[in-house]
Design a binder for this molecule. Sequence first.
Ligand code: SF4
Length: 404
Amino acid sequence: MRKPELLIPAGNLEKLRTALLYGADAVYVGAEGLSLRASSSEMSLADLAAGVKEAHAKDVKVYAAANTFARNSDLDKAKIIIPELAATGIDALIVSEPGMLRLMRNSAPHLPVHLSTQANTTNIESVKFWKDQGVQRIILARELNLKEIGEIAAAVPDMELEIFVHGAMCMAYSGRCYLSAFRNRRSANEGDCSQPCRWEYALHESTRPYDPLILQEDERYSYLLSSKDLCLIEYLPEVLASGVTSLKIEGRMKSAYYVAVVTRAYRQALDDLIKQKEKYQCRQEWIDELGTTSNRGYTTGFAFAEEKINETNPGIKYVQTHEPAGIVLRYDPVKKRMLIGIRNHIVAGSRLELLLPDKTVSIDTRILRNEDGQSLTEANNDQRIYLPVEKEVPVGAILRQKAK
Ligand code: SF4
């Protein structure tokens, strides 16, 4: 069985390191000023160069998204940034439209090009077209099912195909949507969606603006526009059988905790599948782990869909059973303790779990000590504290606690 690539979002250098620790084969990042995500999830060139170096040392690839729909006023900036991006050592640039592709061909001709899912590639002829233009990989439209994907892989076997297997879905076609720009001037088409499709809505009769009719389903609000999140971990044999090269996780704007949990679950599942082949069975613990991160209930999306629609779940807003508590900054082998950067509020005696790449361990939190050795009853975001742990733990490992 061919080993697929597990491709993880890395919104910043810390998340890139998290992805490396928990088993990514490749990461994708936002290129400063050129990606289709807001600036908070774009990396500076300096961070990108550092991240590429660390990733390549572990044989992990780095792809940079320059998938903005460039306007004329963006082109001069793109002409400058593309060679600078290539100089960081990235393994490919992700573009969405022919203008950026042409610029890339001129200014960084040796850099492989991946075509973004925003280009809505949905059929064999489109894939052949982009192949003729020198594209090495197509990130297929999310709206395809596995049968259609398999047909494309069979018809164009030398094209690398990438699909999303996990993460948030849009009700709009591949995110081409103005709802966010319309509601609060944050355009999804410029990577800044505020997800108003997930807000609660009420109906106002025009002469009674202060007397809204609440749209209810089963005693709750109706979330008419909001999709469940995609999760294909139970169907990895079917996904690999379709012939895809790369399995992509959505979420460059999500937390390091999300990156850790999702990377680890899919890493373990894929390794197990490669080893067990037809004896592979998805473990309940992987599904449970994915439920610890923020989600809106899971769906298989379009993977097996006859009708091309997303699923919504009126009964669920966001759910998550756990939240991040901190990150390991250093391990002291003499005193057998780890220095933690707190990313939340924790109290002495509470139940903390440390996520290691291969297992989860409970941590003794009866005594929290600051760097001066003082005992604390609680610690807040950005504080640094010591916690005991018997065996060496890797820098960057994530701690979590039950969601409050
Ligand atoms: S508002 Fe919802 S449907 Fe529209 S782009 Fe944002 S997430 Fe997608």
